[in-house]
Each structure stands twice: as C-alpha cells, then as structure tokens.
Design a protein around this ligand. Structure first.
Ligand SMILES: Cc1cc2nc3c(=O)[nH]c(=O)nc-3n(C[C@H](O)[C@H](O)[C@H](O)COP(=O)(O)OP(=O)(O)OC[C@H]3O[C@@H](n4cnc5c(N)ncnc54)[C@H](O)[C@@H]3O)c2cc1C
Length: 355
C-alpha cells in the first residue's frame, strides 16, 4: 500500500498537518520515534491568544494566564502590560490532544518508529524506519530542529542554534507576570526567563549558544537567591533564522524542522501551526494534481509560507541582534528611558508574535 502522506514527528505540527490532510480524505501515517506522544517535553509552553484558533485545542491545556512581562537588565526593569491574554500551557496535555484530534480525523500514528532515510522509486518514496519500510507519495518532515528528513533530502538548515535549559522551580512568584532577564552577567546572546504557573511554581530557564549549563546555574542562583527546589528539568535545541529552502521532490519541512520560530523569543508553536496550515493546503493540491515536484512545492508551499512568515522572522532576527549588541549600561539606559517615554505605550501595542 502507498500512503498519500507520511509525516515524521507526532509533535503538535505533525499532528495538525496530518489532521488537516486526512480531513480532505487522504491516507496519512504519522511516525513518532518516542513510545508516547508529548513526552519528553522540551518547551516552556508560553503562547499568544492565537493558540486556540490555530490548533483547535481545548481550554483544558491552560495552566495560567499572564497579563504582562518585566524586562530586566542589571537594576533596571521595564514592565509592559499585554493587550491580549498570554497563556502558559501544559505542553504534554496539548500534544496529546493534538494527536487525539489527528487520530479522530483518520490519521494513523505509529509510536516507537524512527525515520531513518528514504529512497525515490518512480513517483513515490520508500521510507526506511527501525520498524520496516513504508511507501508514500509525499514525505513531511515535522521532526524538529535537528530534522533527519532535512538531512535525508539534503536540505540545508540555518546554522543558528541555541540550547535551552529549564526547571520548574518552587519559590515566590508573581503569577501575572513573565520575567525576561538580559545582560552579559546573565546571558550575552539570549535571556533567562521566569514563566509562572502560579504563586508557588514557575518555569525558570535560559537559552544560549555557549556555556548553557554554567549560565543557567548562575541565573538560577541570582534569581532564586540560591534557594533551589525544583522538578521537571528539561533541555532542548532551538534553531532559528530564515531557511533558504524548505522543500525537495516529494518532500516538505514544517515547524521547527523549517525554523518556523520567532528568533527574538525562541517561541515556535504559533509560527509552526501557521506553517502546518499552508503545508496541508499544498499537499492536498499536490495530491489532487498528482504533482510532487520540488517546483510545485516551491511555488505552492515555500513561497506561500514565506509570504506570511519571512517578514516576522526577519523582524525577530533584527530585534534579537540589536538587543544583544548593546552593552549592559546601554541596555539599562534604554530600559529606564522606555519607562519615562511614550515608547512604552507603543511597545505595549506590539503583537508578541510580530505578525
Ligand atoms: C527549552 C525550550 C523552550 C521553548 N519554549 C517555547 C515557548 O514557551 N513557546 C513556544 O511557542 N515555543 C517554545 N519552544 C519551541 C517549541 O517547543 C517548538 O517550536 C515546537 O515544539 C515545534 O513543534 P514541532 O511539532 O515542529 O516539533 P517538536 O515538538 O520538536 O516535535 C518533533 C517530533 O518529532 C519526533 N522525531 C524527531 N526525529 C524523529 C525521527 N527521526 N523519527 C520519528 N520521529 C522523530 C520527536 O520525537 C518529536 O515528537 C521551546 C523550545 C525549547 C527547546
């Protein structure tokens, strides 16, 4: 049997893409290397109001609602209120809901099945996994920032990679406010974060391209004043930048595999779900027209998602590079100036997804 689509990765993006294609009457198989969908979690779960419309997930995944963010550099702090609610979600529950929706629409998910490689045979692909081979007309790589599908299709990924480390810490927190900690003493190329689940627990983490463990330990000591009581330690890569090309013959990449990530914050769920919608539309058209060529996917997928996301990704890159080019005193000065000028109001109106 030849599947219409094989999706690699049962993360939220793989499941959403599979759900949308299956709903149009096509046969979709999703391969997941882990024995269980949603575990291990590699995410802080901070998302904008767009999450529910894009994913179709229920409000049961909400852990907390935050109303604003505080940006710290040395002793200076800017507090920005958010115009729209920002959600802290339970990523494991969210992923499991997405997988259930995908299965309910008719997609088949095979866990403990690791994609290894593929070979082109006539107009379809022979996909090799640790559990045998599967045949498909289209292969979709939703297999995260170190995509094996990208490697197999010889698609070059951007070189920018951060590693994030996070724990759920027990301390006293403001449940309404996310904290972002900048500066050379904390993290010269990204930031440390505190994402409250409630007054008692928060997801405290840091990402950097270098010395991550050392910087994380230092941040924890500074922010939690040495009182470290935590659970759920996690770590994972964040690859960012505008990918030159996200397609090949019979193959497309979506989500983290295609760097559908906000470079300024490392958040990827919203851009990835937008990517999933475009990916599903392109695949449905490709199956209807029986055209699986790279030219077809360039025009109907790569160009289409870039039309929506290339500019926000470029804006995010510019913001990330600008903020980290400031010295500590320049950044502190900027924060104190924002507090006393109209820039603060302007920033409060900025869309956190830059869309
Ligand atoms: C520390 C950290 C914190 C983050 N915090 C946030 C946040 O607060 N908000 C936000 O929006 N984003 C955040 N992100 C990014 C977010 O986690 C991703 O953007 C999101 O998970 C992308 O979904 P995805 O489905 O593309 O990839 P993933 O969720 O990574 O799913 C990929 C799936 O593919 C599977 N897979 C990989 N290789 C294979 C293979 N060879 N065969 C079979 N299966 C395979 C994996 O097991 C996994 O299940 C964070 C990331 C990190 C690392």
């Amino acid at each position: 049997m030849i599947y219409d689509v094989v999706v690699v990765g049962a993360g939220p993006v793989g499941c959403k893409t599979a759900e949308l294609i299956t709903k149009k009457g096509f046969k979709v198989l999703v391969l997941e290397e882990h024995p269980e969908v949603g575990a291990p979690v590699q995410c802080s779960g901070l998302v904008s109001h767009r999450i529910f419309k894009l994913s179709g997930a229920s409000k049961d995944v909400i852990v907390n609602r935050v109303k604003g963010a505080s940006f710290y550099c040395k002793e200076n702090c800017v507090e920005l209120k958010s115009k729209k609610t920002v959600y802290v979600i339970d990523r494991e529950k969210f992923d499991k809901e997405m997988a259930e929706k995908s299965e309910n629409s008719g997609a088949k998910i095979k866990t403990s099945t690791k994609f290894e490689n593929y070979k082109k045979i006539k107009n379809y692909l022979d996909v090799k996994t640790n559990k045998g081979n599967f045949q498909t007309k289209i292969l979709i790589g939703c297999d995260g920032p170190n995509s094996t599908v990208a490697r197999a299709a010889k698609i070059k990924l951007p070189d920018n990679v951060l590693t994030g480390i996070q724990v759920t810490a027990e301390y006293n927190f403001d449940p309404d406010k996310v904290e972002l900690w900048f500066g050379s003493k904390i993290c010269p190329d990204f930031f440390g974060w505190v994402i409250p689940e409630n007054e008692k627990f928060a997801r405290v983490g840091l990402a950097s391209s270098k010395k991550v463990a050392e910087r994380f330990d230092n941040f924890i000591k500074i922010r939690l004043k040495g009182k470290i009581k935590f659970k759920n330690k996690l770590a994972g890569p964040i690859r960012y930048g505008l990918i030159e090309n996200s397609i090949s013959d019979n193959v497309i990449l979506v989500g983290d595999a295609a760097c559908h990530i906000k470079p300024f914050s490392g958040g990827g769920i919203i851009y990835s779900l937008i990517g999933a919608k475009f990916a599903a539309e392109a695949c449905v058209k490709s199956l209807e027209e029986e055209n699986y060529s790279s030219e077809f996917f360039k025009e109907n997928y790569d160009n289409v998602w870039k039309n929506k996301l290339a500019w926000p990704i470029k804006k995010g890159l510019f913001m990330k590079n600008s903020i980290h080019s400031f010295s500590d005193w320049q950044l502190s000065l900027l924060f104190s100036m924002i507090n006393v000028t109209k820039i603060k109001k302007l920033l409060e109106f900025t869309d956190m997804d830059l869309l």
